[in-house]
Design a protein around this ligand. Structure first.
Ligand SMILES: COc1ccc(C[C@H]2SC(=O)NC2=O)c(OC)c1
Ligand SMILES: [Zn+2]
Length: 266
């Protein structure tokens, strides 16, 4: 795919939301692309799925960074201090970063859909298999390299835990800005209900590699309108460039192809 990216005129490469990224493009020959629609009635209960065990150390939190696609909260992943284990996973995986995808309006914004319904936003907590692979970059290229927990956000009550994050966003309004963010426990963003769906998929931004075990929580978290609006005030563009609001940073749905979505619940 790298040849596809490099033979586009530079002007195209510089678009904040790369048309190829937004297109229904799947990796040529890709058989496990993400995101997908989760058809509840087609998911298969797997009694052998374990509960997902989440243990994050809030002091591993490093900074918030606007990378021009989303805003990322990054963690110190130099040791097994913030990890997940169990669920569909064979190994434990280390937390590297979390970020969100959202829409310009509340009618859409999530990457995955449930019975073709969009949520206004979706949280992705990105973990990598440091048991088997020496670096994150290598894990990104391997079928069992990454595990991403997806959490849907729905419009409702104010979310206290999210607000500490929202209060920091004006400081990372522009692409390539970063601020220190040194104590945050992302488990406050994960519903207490243990139910999830899981399937084999991919990154949803370039390099789109098919290295992600997706764990999508059944229950959404509730956030209020002001908190969603705070996401929409971020910019794709750098300071000094013509402002483009950071909205609709989600990839189109990809074909399920020969995959089954399993559920941890009946
Ligand atoms: C070079 O490695 C990468 C590149 C991009 C992402 C972020 C993608 S993947 C996802 O779930 N959502 C996103 O926006 C990544 O995350 C694991 C890893
Ligand atoms: Zn994502």
């Amino acid at each position: 795919l790298s040849h596809v990216w490099c033979d586009l005129p530079d002007s195209l490469h510089r678009l904040p939301v790369h048309p190829l990224w937004q297109s229904p493009l799947t990796i040529p020959g890709g058989t496990r692309q993400s995101p997908i629609n989760i058809q509840w009635r087609d998911s298969v209960y797997d009694p052998f799925l374990k509960p997902l065990k989440i243990s994050y150390d809030p002091t591993t939190c490093l900074h918030i960074w606007n990378n021009g696609y989303s805003f990322l909260v990054e963690f110190d992943d130099s040791a097994d201090r913030s990890i997940i284990v169990g669920g569909p996973l064979e190994n434990q995986y280390r937390l590297k970063q979390f970020h969100f995808h959202w829409g310009a309006i509340n009618e859409w914004g999530s990457e995955h859909t449930v019975d073709s319904k969009f949520y206004p936003a979706e949280l992705h907590l990105v973990h990598w298999n440091a048991v088997v692979y020496p670096t994150f970059e290598e894990a990104v290229m391997e079928g069992n390299g990454l595990a991403v927990i997806g959490v849907f956000l729905k419009l409702g009550a104010h979310h206290e835990g999210l607000q500490t994050l929202v209060d920091a966003l004006p400081a990372v309004k522009h692409k390539d800005t970063v601020i220190e963010f040194d104590v945050f426990d992302p488990s406050c963003l994960i519903p207490s209900c243990p139910d999830y769906w899981t399937y084999a998929g991919s990154l949803t931004t370039p390099p789109l590699t098919e290295s992600v075990t997706w764990i999508i929580k059944k229950k959404p978290i509730e956030v209020d309108e002001n908190q969603l609006e705070a996401f929409r005030m971020l910019l794709f563009t750098s300071d000094g460039e013509e402002e483009k609001r950071m909205v609709d940073n989600f990839r189109p749905l990809q074909p399920l192809m020969n995959r089954t979505v399993r559920s941890s619940f009946q």
